[in-house]
Design a protein. Structure first.
Ligand code: PBG
Length: 338
């Protein structure tokens, strides 16, 4: 492209002009707020590595959700921390499980909020892995069993739907789980419950603080058998394509900031509703620098989230959702460029 007669006039310098020609807009409508729920009453346990983030009992989660809705954030994403863990993660698909309880309690008092639930076993298994564990007949190291896990994930999604979930978010990265969950939901007359799939989820060091928050670090090994190699972008497109074929309604890339190229590639290739998860490590590193007085939180956060939108994400899961909603409500000309 060549514009020989174009001179950059005041357009670039004046705040009002900048607002008029801004390409990317960050809005509260784009945000999803993650929440951690745990058993009890009146419980708010601070998460050490995530300042301002708490594990909440269902009654506290209901209060929190009312506030989230009043800030006009459209959705919350629930993670459960169960009382007891076992080898089969049975707390995940127990109709009396913690997420199911929280769903019923939040639904009874808050109506204008989309409740999305995390569907994975890692918070519920005593070994901390996302699925059932087995060994090959020849022995050897234990590993995550893909196919036997699918049935449990499908049961979890149906149990969440029954308790009032509006949308389910499988985050386990087992192959075939979107299809298995879709079929199970349909069989149980939950055809109208959409699936937001963590389609391209990388085996990332950025999940460290989350594993504190969700009490879900793997007790042995790691998640590299089913989460993606950070070196691969082509593979992300194959993973996303498979999830769309299996019936995903929204596809997600995770983490966000170190994977902006992947978000862009996914959006361009599929032109599909695309979400990005700005994960716990992204949150923690900014918070730590802010606490030291090295970064200015509001400016940094708005710049990061705008970049994630610019890369192509329609939706952003972020622990800053409430702050951003407040900042945007005060200053409609977000990112005024100063
Ligand atoms: C798995 C899950 C994880 C996160 C969301 N869902 C952890 C993992 O895969 O180890 C991480 C989110 C974050 O870091 O904020 N249920």
């Amino acid at each position: 492209m060549n514009y020989p007669s174009y001179r950059p006039r005041r357009m670039r310098r004046n705040d009002l002009f900048r607002r008029m020609i801004r390409e990317t807009r960050l809005s509260t409508d784009n945000l999803i707020m993650p929440l951690f729920v745990r058993p009890g009453r009146g419980v708010r346990v601070p998460v050490k590595s995530m300042p301002g983030v708490f594990q909440l009992s269902p009654d506290e989660a209901a209060r929190e959700c009312a506030e989230i809705a009043s800030l006009r954030i459209p959705a919350a994403l629930l993670f459960g921390i169960p009382e007891k863990k076992d080898s089969r993660g049975s707390g995940a698909y127990d109709d009396d499980g913690i997420v199911q309880h929280a769903l019923r309690q939040v639904k009874s008092s808050v109506s204008d909020l989309v409740l999305i639930t995390d569907v994975c076993l890692c918070e519920y298994t005593d070994h901390g892995h996302c699925g059932l564990i087995g060994t090959t007949p020849a022995g050897g190291d234990p590993y995550v069993l893909n196919d036997p896990t699918l049935e449990l994930l499908a049961k979890t999604a149906v149990s969440h739907a029954r308790a009032g979930a509006d949308m389910v978010a499988p985050s386990d990265m087992m192959d075939g789980r979107v299809g298995a969950i879709r079929r199970a939901l349909d069989r149980n007359h939950f055809e109208d419950i959409p699936i937001i799939s963590y389609a391209a989820k990388y085996a990332s060091a950025f999940y460290g603080p989350f594993r504190d928050a969700a009490e879900s670090p793997p007790k042995f090994g790691d998640r590299r058998s089913h989460q993606m190699d950070p070196s691969n972008a082509e593979e992300a497109l194959r993973e996303v394509g498979m999830d769309i074929d299996e019936g995903a309604d929204i596809v997600m890339v995770k983490p966000a900031l170190a994977y902006l190229d992947v978000i862009r590639a996914v959006k361009e290739r599929f032109r599909f509703p695309t979400a990005a998860y700005c994960v716990s490590g992204e949150f923690a590193m900014v918070k730590a620098a802010v606490e030291k007085g090295w970064l200015e939180e509001k400016a940094i956060v708005l710049e990061i989230l705008t970049a994630i939108r610019r890369a192509g994400a329609d939706l952003i899961v972020t622990y800053w959702a409430k702050d951003v909603a407040r900042w945007l409500a005060q200053i409609p000309a977000e990112l005024s460029g100063k």
